[in-house]
Structure formats: structure tokens, C-alpha cells
Design a protein around this ligand. Structure first.
Ligand code: B12
Length: 216
């Protein structure tokens, strides 16, 4: 138990010190200690990135610091996500999810984690990437006969584009064919209700649980 807490603390420290070598080392250590990769990502690396974000907002850290923290986080993620993928279900796809970071927004790390978690849970995930034009969600959803259209927004100014997905799915006469899911740090259940999205999920685990419930 102590080992687990120690490793989580080290994961946080590696991000706060912008140390990609340490981040890689901790990621490997976590796997060797049998810690669930999703847990070390959420409780260690993501928690530290939130702190980096707060310090950036307060003017204590600057953009180059955030970028350096991203390098460290990415180094760990590159080790952990493939391990998570290996744990994935071999069973037939439970449904298709089209996911992307919303137009105007390049933040991709959280979306990548959610996409991987859904793949592991047995969904066919079509990842459109970042800064995805609204029309692309609608076109792709139609093309692959998606069950869920999921969007990530990390900035308050880009959240509004999640509403435009709802509008364009409606305009295309396709809204009733899919469920929509929204997420990202500034996104809330209240926002999802306001724009008419079917699901709000706080993190990757919550996203999997809520989509599973939908397909149960
Ligand atoms: C890393 C980072 C960056 C990196 C992004 C690198 C990359 N490839 O993703 C870089 C340096 C490029 C960057 C750039 C910018 N950033 Co930035 N960034 C961050 C930071 C510090 C962390 C984000 C992150 O990766 N967290 C770790 C991941 C794992 O967490 P997450 O994204 O929240 O994802 C989890 C949940 O939200 C959820 N989730 C996420 N997506 C989805 C989707 C679905 C469907 C579901 C269900 C759930 C879900 O599950 C995930 C896993 O648990 C945040 C601070 C913060 N608190 O979010 C600022 C932050 C988001 N950035 C901010 C800003 C302002 C910018 C810039 C405009 C800065 C600038 N002046 O240029 C640019 C944006 C340019 C653009 N057009 O997009 C602001 C936004 C402010 C606001 N309220 O709108 C923040 C909040 C920082 C701050 N406090 O001021 N940024």
C-alpha cells in the first residue's frame, strides 16, 4: 500500500519537475508493482497536470512550463496506454464511438485516455484527433454508423462547439440515431443538460461505466 502511495507521489513529482525521464521510470515502476495503469494516470499524472494548470492560471508557471509538463506526461502515457490496450477485451465490439477534441481546441491528452479506456472496454473507437471540425463528427458518425458521438473540450471558449454538434446532428436528421457524450475539464453535467447531450462523464472510468450502462 505504501509502495502504491509512494509511486503515485513520484508520478506527481515527475510532472511538477518537468522530468520526462523520471516520468518514464515511474510509469514502468507502476506497471512492475501491478498498479492499474488507469489509476496511476488519474491519481498521479493527471492530478499533477491539474496543478500545473492552476499554477499557469495564477501566473506562477508559464506556457513553456506547461509544454515541458506535457512532454513528461506524454512520456509516461506512451508507456502506459499500450499496456492498457493489451488488457483490452478480445470480444466482439460492443458498439462504435466516434470521439474527438472539439473544433478550436488542441488539447488531446484527456481525449486519448478516454479513447483508450473505451477500446479496452470493448468498443470500436474512431478517434478523429484534435481541433475537429463539427461537420466531421456528423459525417463520420453517419459513415461508421456510430452509436455514440463523444467530444472533449478543455477551454471555456470551445465548449460552445459541443452545442454545435447537437445542432448539426439535428440539422442532418441524424440526432435520433446516436447518443452524444461530452467531457473535458470545464464541462459539467449542468452543461450537458443545457445543450441536450445524453451523457456527461468526468473521467475515463466514468465514461466507460456510463456507456456500458447504455449498452446493458
Ligand atoms: C496540457 C495543457 C496544454 C497543452 C496541451 C497538449 C496536448 N497535446 O493536449 C498545450 C501546452 C499545447 C496547451 C495549450 C493551450 N492551453 Co492548455 N492546458 C493544459 C493543462 C495544463 C492540462 C490539460 C491536460 O492534458 N490534463 C490531463 C488530462 C488527462 O486531463 P483532462 O484533459 O482534463 O482529461 C480528463 C477529463 O477532463 C476527462 N475528459 C477529457 N476529454 C473528455 C472527453 C469525453 C468525451 C469524456 C467523457 C471525458 C473527457 O477525462 C480525462 C481523463 O480523466 C490544462 C489545465 C487543466 N486543468 O486542464 C491547461 C488549460 C486547459 N489550457 C488553457 C489554455 C488557455 C491554453 C492555451 C490557449 C494557451 C495559450 N495561451 O496558447 C493553448 C490552447 C490552444 C488551443 N487552441 O487549444 C486553459 C484553458 C482556460 C479556460 N478556462 O478556457 C487551461 C485550463 C489552463 C489554465 N488554468 O489557464 N495546453
Amino acid at each position: 500500500m505504501l509502495k502504491r502511495q509512494e509511486i503515485i507521489a513520484k508520478a506527481k513529482q515527475s510532472i511538477m519537475e518537468f522530468d520526462d525521464i523520471a516520468a518514464k521510470k515511474v510509469a514502468k515502476e507502476a506497471l512492475e508493482a501491478g498498479i492499474d495503469p488507469a489509476e496511476i494516470i488519474e491519481e498521479g499524472f493527471t492530478a499533477a497536470m491539474e496543478l500545473v494548470g492552476e499554477r499557469f492560471a495564477e501566473g506562477i508557471l508559464f506556457l513553456p512550463h506547461v509544454i515541458a509538463a506535457v512532454y513528461a506526461m506524454q512520456a509516461a502515457i506512451d508507456i502506459l496506454l499500450p499496456e492498457m490496450e493489451k488488457m483490452g477485451s478480445e470480444t466482439k465490439s460492443r458498439g462504435t464511438v466516434v470521439i474527438g477534441t472539439i473544433e478550436g481546441d488542441i488539447h488531446s491528452i484527456g481525449k486519448d485516455i478516454v479513447a483508450t479506456a473505451l477500446r479496452i472496454a470493448g468498443y470500436n473507437v474512431v478517434d478523429l484527433g484534435s481541433d475537429v471540425p463539427i461537420e466531421s463528427y456528423v459525417e463520420k458518425a453517419r459513415e461508421v454508423k456510430a452509436d455514440v458521438v463523444a467530444s472533449s473540450a478543455l477551454m471555456t471558449i470551445t465548449m460552445i462547439n459541443q452545442m454545435r454538434i447537437e445542432e448539426q446532428l439535428n440539422e442532418a436528421g441524424f440526432r435520433h440515431n446516436v447518443k452524444t457524450m461530452v467531457g473535458g475539464a470545464p464541462v459539467t453535467q449542468e452543461w450537458a443538460d443545457r445543450i441536450g447531450a445524453d451523457i456527461y462523464a468526468e473521467n475515463s472510468g466514468d465514461a466507460v461505466n456510463k456507456i456500458n450502462a447504455l449498452f446493458a
